[in-house]
Design a protein around this ligand. Sequence first.
Ligand SMILES: [Zn+2]
Length: 285
Amino acid sequence: MAGSLHGERSAAQIMRRRLHLPVVLITMTIGVFALGSCGGRGPTSPSEITPSTPAPTPTPAPTPTPPSITFLFDDGVLPDNRIGIEDGINLGYAFLQAQFQWQLAQSITVRVTASSAFPPASAGSNGVTVNTGNSNWTTSPDPNRRKIMVHELFHVLQFHNGWVFSPTWLVEGSAEFVGYRGALIDTGLLSAAQSRGCHIWNISFWSPPMGPLQTYESTIGDGPTYSLFYLAVERLLGERGVAPLARVTNFQSSFGVSQAEFYGAFEQYRTTWQRPSRYECFGFR
Ligand SMILES: [Zn+2]
């Protein structure tokens, strides 16, 4: 399950108050009197003590706070529904750092609600929102939740890296492919071949048959379209790994093929798919 790209924009802001402690200069006038000194000096007049001029107090430069990820759990979020959120985001950030050398340029928030609203998860440049009351979330196994979190965090990367959000199948398929890689395949829970078979299986049962990939340039559409998008991105990348997905602003320059050429090749590839002999999705979807 993949969430809408366009979701929660608002993020709770953390207010930091700086305490400015006044520097109080206490000037102490000290009178020193020599009492009954033997042949010594007379009383020392306070005027003889010249207090040193205090050096200007330097204004400390504010310590820059590195961008971070803040988790905000609303009241009412059930403990069971928290599963997969923090570790999925942390796993995802580590994966995106490793694959794309991504470093947060601004802090983001992961807002977790008890709402049953759809979609179960969404993303924007400010972070990720998870609606843990949605049935797609409550019925998801833990690994699938982590996959969703990696998917959504990749959308944040797309915003931060200046992706051009078109075509839809590429924007969503990239997030889905990265989600599977980061949470399931690279963690050893699923092989790439098993994942491919799972998605082909999903599509094979959809009736009427799903349209050509080009159908989904500006719409997510109905049915297991994320499986179709996943398979398209996997095919598009070939043996290159996920690196070309770091920032896509022009299809041809990112992938070395025109969109029209790829559509033709992909429809040809679809004719070679064979439904796996058994269900291989292991509850992931
Ligand atoms: Zn998405």
